[in-house]
Ligand binder design. Structure first.
Ligand SMILES: *Cc1c(COP(=O)(O)O)cnc(C)c1O
Length: 400
């Protein structure tokens, strides 16, 4: 056994002994990062094509983000919601602008994706329609978070069952227009949809699904809530995926990429949905604090200044073309939009592929047995796409 393996054994034992069993022990301990690269505690380099699950939009240690956090931390980190701060106002106005929520748009800040969805669940409960709207619709195989409200929305029974009873009123429907038409009615308060199901393996919605959801929600007075926690903030090649899919939601939830890794979540409402919350009905101690909002302002500012939404289109196209071009019998399909890419496999070997990539210095993710998820930083360049392709190709060849 080498020295480094011995050290690895040590930290893995400490992890196993001290962290809650809800987390499995990782294979690698990371020490630092720069751009699209990270290094582990043995000095081994990895190309990061997961970006902390679509979080590190600017990659690692981006000077603009580092400086924004440093500058804000040296002035105000936190003030509570008894006070306003300039970064909070700026971020709210920016989110209203980039979502296109318009004059009536409003923003609530929490600290995570799950909290953004919790706020959206409360919004749905406020859409009572004189008490008749008691149902919430969500999709099978969806993922909306791990807190009890967001878990109730999540369409994966195995995640919910140990924690039942769930919050009542949620129904999970098949992701088909027929199921939507059958379930929708005047008693539905809200329909929650991921424009692309990220945790399910980057699975696109059927053609016409979102447009029909919009029509039916409007017709019945239900809120169309889009969970863009994974797809938002430029990742799919537009600020939000819904902007390419031709619908306007009543509310959007945002988190992951927005502050490049500083925890923050947001609920953005459109039109009448912006009038539902009244003073005192929701809040969070940390939500919208100046540190997190300043980080988000820096990330969004840098995405705009460097054209990273357009980069997501260009690099996403390159990545898709490269994977398709491998003509590997293991690749059944390539899914997703922009820099959120799902590789559908013809055999259930995703975990083995991810492990071999890691060994070869490439971080990818296996959200299930037959899908590989890629979500590189939005700053990713042609050279990194080429390096990914070289490693991924040799790993696929080794398994075919
Ligand atoms: C990650 C994710 C969440 C949960 O976000 P957390 O920050 O982990 O609470 C919810 N919805 C979607 C679509 C996600 O990808």
């Amino acid at each position: 056994m080498t020295t480094t393996q011995t050290q690895g054994g040590t930290w893995q034992r400490r992890f196993g002994d001290s962290l809650m069993r809800s987390l499995s022990t990782p294979k690698v301990m990371l020490e630092r990062g720069l751009g699209c690269e990270v290094w582990d505690t043995d000095g081994k380099r990895y190309l990061d094509f997961l970006a902390g699950i679509a979080v590190n939009a600017l990659g690692h240690a981006h000077p603009v983000l580092v400086e924004a956090i440093r500058a804000q931390a040296s002035s105000l980190i936190h003030v509570s919601n008894y006070f306003a701060t300039a970064p909070q106002l700026q971020l709210a106005e920016t989110l209203v602008r980039i979502t296109g929520a318009g004059d009536r748009g409003r923003v609530y800040f929490g600290n995570s994706g799950a909290e953004a969805n919790e706020a959206a669940v409360k919004l749905a409960r406020l859409n009572r329609g004189d008490g008749r709207r008691t149902r919430i619709l969500a999709l099978q195989n969806s993922f909306h978070g791990r807190t009890m409200g967001s878990l109730a929305l999540t369409g994966k029974p195995a995640l919910r069952e140990p924690f039942e009873p769930m919050m009542p009123g949620v129904e999970h429907i098949d992701t088909t227009i027929e199921a939507l038409e059958a379930a929708m009615g005047d008693d539905v308060a809200a329909l929650f949809v991921e424009p692309i199901k990220g945790e399910a393996g980057v699975v696109d919605l059927p053609d016409g699904f979102l447009a029909r959801a919009r029509e039916l929600a409007t017709q019945h007075g239900a809120l169309l809530v889009l969970d863009e926690i994974q797809t938002g903030i430029g990742r799919t090649g537009s600020w939000f995926a819904f902007q390419q899919l031709g619908v306007t939601p009543d509310a959007v939830t945002v988190a992951k990429g927005i502050a490049g890794g500083v925890p923050i979540g947001a609920l953005v409402t459109f039109g009448d949905a912006s009038d539902l919350f009244e003073a005192g009905q929701h809040g969070s101690t940390f939500g919208g604090n100046p540190l997190a909002t300043a980080a988000a302002n820096a990330v969004i500012g840098e995405i705009e200044a460097s054209g990273l939404v357009q980069n997501a289109v260009v690099r996403g196209d390159e990545l898709r073309a490269a994977i398709t071009g491998l003509q590997s019998p293991l690749v059944a399909e390539v899914r997703g939009l922009g820099l959120l890419v799902g590789v559908g496999l013809s055999q259930p070997v995703a975990a083995e592929i991810a492990a071999r990539c890691l060994e070869a210095g490439l971080i990818v993710n296996a959200p299930n047995d037959s899908s590989i998820r890629l979500a590189p930083p939005l700053i990713v360049g042609a050279a990194e796409v080429a390096e990914f392709t070289r490693i991924f190709s040799s790993v696929l060849k080794g398994l075919a």
